[in-house]
Design a binder for this molecule. Structure first.
Ligand SMILES: *Cc1c(COP(=O)(O)O)cnc(C)c1O
Length: 394
């Protein structure tokens, strides 16, 4: 280890709170590759946890950021800026034509969904302000989004839990039905469980949720923070199912690495949040929105989604061949370039084996390898990664 790296790690140790488990310092990224502080190169199948979907330092996003950084970075939401309406229209045109609130993180966007549901529900009838969320879901680390997250380990030590959330079983419509009461205002669900193990919803589940919401006057809220922006081969995952939410959140890949998030609501709900009811200092700065516009333009103009779907099929073929060789591989799940491989208790060992050989992969849940490569990845890079994974699994 060189002395500069040692010096930085000592500073880190002294002055950065130790809330993450990590041991490699990354200093540069380009496309599907990352380089660490000691000059080692990694093929990246994590993409910053599905944030840099277009690859690291995509030239179009970098150019948009550089231009905007020299024009106007931030003027606050006391004023309009010229980038917000353009990005809002791009989001609306590629989803359900709604209205957008800009935020900075997935948790913040989900907080907005929760506030929307409560404020709407409270106008419908007294005490109609509870939300049904799913076991094994993940919605963020703020107090409300933690309370909505169906993995109690994240809440340990942070009691009291924020009230107002009930839990049902993912992909089990009857379990949701059983939780609906006159107090229920909304159902919050990821179209594909991300952190919970890369589990796509069944079409019957999402269609059934839509019907339950319509029959019981509830809002259907989709958390597309991880699944949005092309990750699953369409702009938003719910477009695979033909089920339209009343509102949805997005974040991770919206700015290809620049903190940028949003929630979008149907036009008929646009008056639930009136002036003064919700705000965010950094929400939708011209700088962040310039990145978001460049992301949409790249997705539209550079054939990215077609590539993601083709590369996803190649991954599935290659992973299926690996599954045939290793009996501990029990299942492969995929939507676009969001892939989960169940490998049981070997998951951490395989992840570490990959890293040592220059490939970065994620885990999800307790026994799933999660692969979320750049949507711009090419055939050679897929095969390069699969070869490393095959060695690590052997
Ligand atoms: C990452 C994630 C979040 C939280 O996003 P942050 O930007 O970390 O707050 C919420 N929901 C889902 C589905 C996520 O994957």
């Amino acid at each position: 280890m060189n002395s500069e790296l040692q010096r930085l790690l000592a500073m880190q140790n002294d002055h950065v709170l130790n809330t993450y488990t990590r041991d490699t310092m990354m200093v540069r990224g380009q496309g599907s590759y990352l380089w660490d502080a000691e000059g080692r190169r990694y093929l990246d199948f994590t993409m910053g946890i599905s944030v840099c979907n277009l690859g690291h330092c995509h030239p179009r996003v970098t150019a948009a950021l550089c231009a905007q950084a020299g024009t106007l970075v931030h003027a606050s939401n006391l004023f309009y800026n010229d980038k917000q309406p353009q990005l809002a229209k791009l989001i609306a045109d590629h989803s359900f034509g709604g209205k957008v609130f800009f935020a900075n993180s997935g948790a913040e966007a989900n907080e907005g969904l929760i506030k929307l549901a409560r404020r709407w529900g409270n106008t419908q009838s007294d005490g109609k302000n509870n939300i049904i969320a799913m076991e094994n879901s993940f919605h963020g680390r703020t107090l409300a989004t933690l309370a909505a997250t169906g993995r109690s380990k994240y809440r340990v030590g942070f009691q009291p839990d924020m009230p107002g959330f009930d839990f049902a079983t993912y992909n089990d419509l009857d379990s949701v039905k059983a939780k609906i009461t006159p107090r229920t205002a909304a159902i919050l669900v990821e179209p594909v469980l991300g952190e919970g193990g890369v589990v796509p919803a069944t079409p019957q589940f999402l269609t059934g949720l839509r019907q339950l919401c319509d029959q019981n006057n509830l809002l259907l809220l989709f958390d597309e923070v991880q699944t949005g922006m092309g990750r699953t081969g369409k702009f938003f995952a719910h477009q695979h199912f033909g089920v339209i939410p009343d509102a949805m959140s997005m974040a991770k890949a919206l700015g290809n690495g620049i903190p940028l998030a949003a929630f979008e609501v149907q036009q008929r709900l646009a008056d639930v949040l009136t002036p003064g009811t919700h705000a965010s200092t950094f929400g939708g700065t011209p700088l962040a929105c310039a990145a978001g516009i460049a992301v949409f333009e790249t997705l539209e103009q550079e054939n990215v989604l077609a590539n993601a779907n083709a590369m996803g099929e190649l991954f599935e073929q290659e992973l299926t061949a690996l599954k045939a060789k290793h009996s501990y591989v029990t299942d492969i799940r995929r939507l676009g370039l969001m892939l989960g491989v169940d490998v049981g208790e070997k998951v951490k060992a395989i992840q570490e084996g990959c890293r040592k050989r220059g490939l970065l992969v994620l885990t999800a849940g307790e026994q799933t390898l999660r692969l979320m490569p750049a949507l711009t990845i090419n055939r050679e890079q897929v095969l390069e990664g699969i070869a490393i994974l095959a060695e690590a699994m052997a």
